[in-house]
Design a protein around this ligand. Sequence first.
Ligand code: AMP
Ligand code: MG
Length: 347
Amino acid sequence: MRGSLYGASLLTAAVLLATACSWRPSVPISETFNSMGTVARVTVGPQDRERLPQLTAEVHKEFSTLEDLLSTYQPDSEISRLAARAGQAPVRVSAETYRVLELARHYGELTDGAFDVTVAPLVRLWGVGLKPPDHVPSPDEIRTRLQLVDFRRIELNDGTAHLPAGMSVDLGGIGKGYAVDRAFDIAGRLQIDSAMVDLGGNIRTVGQAEPGVNWTIGVRNPFEREVIVGKLSLAAGMAVATSGNYERFVELGGRRYSHIIDPRTGYPVEGMAGVTVVAPDATMTDGLSTGLFVLGAAKGKELLRRVPSANALFIPDKSPIEIWITPGMKAVFVPLPEFSSSVRILN
Ligand code: AMP
Ligand code: MG
């Protein structure tokens, strides 16, 4: 497994239905592989079991191609070249990279800058990824990096991208979701009726688990990873992603810091334990879950009024557990009985 900007995030959602079970033809089966610094799982329903190896192979190839383009850990990736040429000259990029940058800008605008891929210098400063820093960053160090954060300054023109001097881009908050949407397209091209693709907790369904039965996944309790707080029932084609402070964090001076940075302050986000978003595509769920993690439930709820197709579930970082859901989530999320009294509706 290559080092990658996507880091070692673990699966955030337990796949409830899907386990490899070759001796029982009536259940879904899955294959896993490592990609983008995390675990990928491709699952198919019983009717498509013969197609699993082909689907997995094609999805794996696509994920590797995208990682080679988008990773900040590969010095020859297009995203690394973009940073290397910042302030010098526009870089001609592939259609895929161009599209991901456009989508990153879109989710930057939609979240009023809470999601901002130019947060990369701060991600490095706080040691999210490979190398933890030897000290807690100083206000001065943070201020200097903050001047390099503004997704609006990414110039996209006719297949080329350009960054102002010193700026760089980190697609760790959106690249996996984009990749899962490409996997969804591959399943469509292969005429697969029933599948689910999971890349480090970014999930999209193809059809249903079996005729008349939705795919179901669990939402983890951020305070107790082995426990789920409830289940999500995903209609055909729907996506889900979770941004959680339990997946990845930085430990500095005896404190834990989140791997998600607030681009307005330059500090890791505090007060949020997990945000799960359900929406029609995985790029949207990936971008929004990261952005909503920054915004929190109250502001996030306002934002979601502008995105009626998306629903969210927020778990603040406090005890006892509270599970805040948007009204539309009621039709999708079923809490386990022991957590039902913790659920609150964000009206
Ligand atoms: P996710 O796990 O999808 O929420 O993405 C988190 C990753 O996105 C981090 O590990 C960083 O690489 C990157 N990131 C951190 N903060 C932000 C932010 N405010 N906007 C966009 N990407 C971010
Ligand atoms: Mg994300």
